[in-house]
Design a protein around this ligand. Structure first.
Ligand SMILES: [Zn+2]
Ligand SMILES: [Zn+2]
Length: 278
């Protein structure tokens, strides 16, 4: 195997995000490149991982069963999880290459939020109507209704007023109630950005932003157990809910009484789950 393809694999794996069409397409490109490499066991094992990330379990199964060693505990476990999706094909949809939407349907500029990579997909911002931002008084068609922890009530905020810190400043408020697991975050700018320039998610008990490694995590979205199954990450997330996977599989439901909030570490790529009750 060439070093460059191995490096690219580490890079792709680290940056992969199943809700980002660009990343999905890049992973497909990488898959095609990998297929052209020599079919060593090492390469085929990476290809199996790529297929699993893309939830193309039938392809993963075909290759894995030709190279696996069932005397090896890790292989047995992996075989079990691939087989599970083969036996329950309705649990996951493969992530096929996607067409990137170029026709911009909203006019409002959405700045890039470090901790919110998919502002619309993660449903933090809404785009259902044209409203007036309370802060800058401009008409916008992408807006935040989650409010701010401040004395004054705020109905609508535009992405830019949040991003540049104007809203936090004007209302002397913050967007998060609390920060969790942030003992290793030493950069005060990170904390300021999360508290004052990143919109909070809507929660039952107050929004608490997760940190991991030495930075805050990106908010990926509202989830229940079935969303975690669909993402294929039930075996690989860090659990801050206080419940076992078995308990979560029974009670965690999107838009339910036990709501999950999914984050992803910007440094190590690990998914981090938090939840609360109505
Ligand atoms: Zn505004
Ligand atoms: Zn991390």
């Amino acid at each position: 195997m060439t070093t460059s393809i191995l490096e690219e694999w580490h890079e792709q794996r680290k940056n992969f995000n199943p809700s980002n069409p660009d990343r999905i397409n890049q992973m497909h490109e990488f898959k095609e490149k990998l297929k052209l490499e020599e079919q060593t066991e090492e390469n085929l094992r990476i290809l199996v991982d790529v297929y699993c990330m893309l939830r193309m379990y039938a392809d993963a199964y075909k290759i894995f069963t030709s190279i696996m060693d069932l005397g090896n505990k890790k292989d047995r476990k992996k075989f079990g999880s691939i087989k599970y999706y083969i036996d329950n094909p309705n649990f996951v949809k493969p992530l096929y290459p996607c067409k990137i939407r170029e026709d911009q349907t909203t006019k409002t500029v959405i700045p890039e939020f470090k901790y919110l990579p998919n502002p619309l997909q993660s449903k933090i911002f809404e785009a259902e109507a044209v409203v007036t931002c309370d802060c800058c008084e401009q008409e916008v068609d992408v807006y935040y209704t989650g409010g701010i922890y401040a004395i004054e009530e705020v109905e609508y905020l535009c992405p830019t007023c949040i991003h540049i810190g104007a809203a936090a400043k004007k209302y002397d408020g913050t967007f998060q109630q609390d920060l969790i697991n942030d003992k290793n975050v030493v950069n005060a700018n990170f904390t300021e950005e999360v508290m004052c320039r990143t919109p909070g998610y809507v929660s039952w008990q107050g929004n608490n932003w997760m940190a991991h490694c030495s930075d805050y995590c990106a908010f990926i979205g509202y989830v229940g157990w079935s969303e975690l199954v669909e993402l294929g990450i039930t075996e690989r997330f860090e659990n801050y809910t206080g419940f076992s996977n078995e308990e979560l599989s029974e009670s965690l439901m999107n838009n339910g009484h036990h709501q999950g909030y999914l984050f992803q570490c910007l440094e190590c790529g690990l998914y981090v789950l938090f939840s609360d009750f109505s």
